[in-house]
Each structure stands twice: as C-alpha cells, then as structure tokens.
Design a protein around this ligand. Structure first.
Ligand SMILES: C[S@@+](CC[C@H](N)C(=O)[O-])C[C@H]1O[C@@H](n2cnc3c(N)ncnc32)[C@H](O)[C@@H]1O
Length: 212
C-alpha cells in the first residue's frame, strides 16, 4: 500500500505556483524551442470562430493574448492563470482595455452573468492539469456559448519512457489522454497530431464546436 498523499487540484496548484516562481523568469526566452503549434492553432481557430468573447485558460505570460488580439481585433479577451508571476509578465504586455486577467485555478466556469464565450483556448495548459483535466474540459463546455469553439494545442504523447518521466518532473502528463475526451465532448473540426524533433514526442491540435 502506498503511503504517499494523493495529488489533489490544490496540491498540484501549489506545486505549479512554486514551479513558475522560477520558470516565469525564463519562460518567454525558452519555450519557443518546444511549445510547437501555438501560432498554427490560433490561425486555425480564427478561421472557424467569429469570436466576440474569448477565454484563454492558463494564459501564462500572455504570449497568445497578443496573437489573439491580432486575429480578433475587436473581441473581449479574458486570460485565466493560477500563477501570480506568470500573470505579472502578461499584464505588462497588454496594450488595450478589452483584455482582462483573472488569477485563479480553472476548475469551474468563469463566465460572468451568463455572458458565455465564443472561443476557449487551452495552449499547453491542459497537460498540466493533473488531476483536474476532465473537470477543466467540462468547465470549458459550460463557459462556451452554444456553437462556440474550443481550441487546444498541447503535448500529446511520447514513446520514450525517460522523456515521459522528465516531462512528469516538469508537471506535464504525456499519455495522449486529452484527445478522446475532447472528441466525446465537442464536435471535432480538427483533431491532428504532429511530430517534434524527429519523434521524441507528439503534440496535438484539437478544435471542436459545442453542440448539444
Ligand atoms: C506551459 S504554460 C502555457 C502558457 C501559455 N498558454 C502559452 O502557450 O505560452 C501553462 C500555464 O498554465 C497554468 N496553469 C496550470 N494549471 C492551471 C490551473 N489549474 N488553472 C489555471 N492555470 C493553470 C500555469 O500556471 C502556466 O502559466
């Protein structure tokens, strides 16, 4: 019998906050070299979603907030993240008054007064919700207006055990677990995997529509 305390969203959240106290300082300088597909996901999402209200869950240092603003110049954009340090960097990049940042762990819907979103983006965030990824996808469903779209770009899986272990040290689960559940909850418009560094890992892009 294991005596280790089970992970809970609260424990994971605290561990992630500690992780990003350091990593926020090197995030923008380093992540371009392995968080692939982010621009492509935004471009594809902008083709299918005519969004007036957008939510990015786990917006981090705000790299995608600027991209979303380029694709959706008139939209109201909300970024949610649990890390104060990451959000402080994002806040410095915001150049308009139509972007709002919320500091919280995303485990329940955040839309105010029934004003649901037309597009919810998760960019390299869901693979860090361990536990809580299903709950976060369910919350996104609730946050989306009927006919709205979810866009996810994230690590998928790796056949290399040492690499999966290393990513686990960095709070990332790489077991291809996100895509089947996304495909059950949303009508898939795009569901593709791509190879990184000659096969060290696969990442994926999913775009789906909420339809009852
Ligand atoms: C790898 S970063 C991605 C940042 C940004 N989306 C990007 O593509 O550059 C993951 C972010 O998700 C946030 N995050 C992880 N779990 C979260 C949770 N349960 N609720 C809110 N944010 C979370 C982390 O604090 C971190 O800023």
């Amino acid at each position: 019998m294991s005596t280790a305390a089970a992970d809970t969203p609260a424990r994971t959240g605290a561990a992630l906050e500690r992780y990003y106290q350091f990593h926020s300082r090197i995030y923008d300088a380093t992540r371009w070299s392995f968080l692939f597909g982010r621009e492509s996901a935004l471009m594809r999402a902008s083709c299918v979603a005519r969004a007036q209200r957008i939510l990015e869950v786990g917006c981090g240092t705000g790299r995608n907030l600027a991209g979303l603003r380029r694709h959706f110049p008139h939209a109201h954009i909300t970024g949610v993240d649990l890390s104060e340090q990451m959000l402080a960097i994002a806040a410095k990049k915001i150049r308009d008054d139509q972007t709002t940042l919320l500091r919280r762990s995303y485990s329940a819907p955040v839309h105010p007064d029934g004003k649901r979103f037309d597009l919810v983006l998760f960019s390299y965030a869901l693979s860090m919700f361990n536990p809580g990824w299903e709950q976060a996808i369910d919350a996104a469903w609730e946050d989306l207006a009927e006919g709205g779209c979810i866009a996810v770009v994230d690590f998928s899986h790796s056949n290399l055990a040492w690499f999966r272990r290393w990513m686990g040290v960095n709070h990332v689960r790489m077991e291809g677990h996100l895509w089947p559940y996304l495909g059950q909850k949303f009508v898939p418009l795009l569901d593709e995997r791509f190879t990184a560094y000659g096969g060290v890992w696969q990442y994926g892009i999913f775009i789906g529509r909420k339809q009852r």
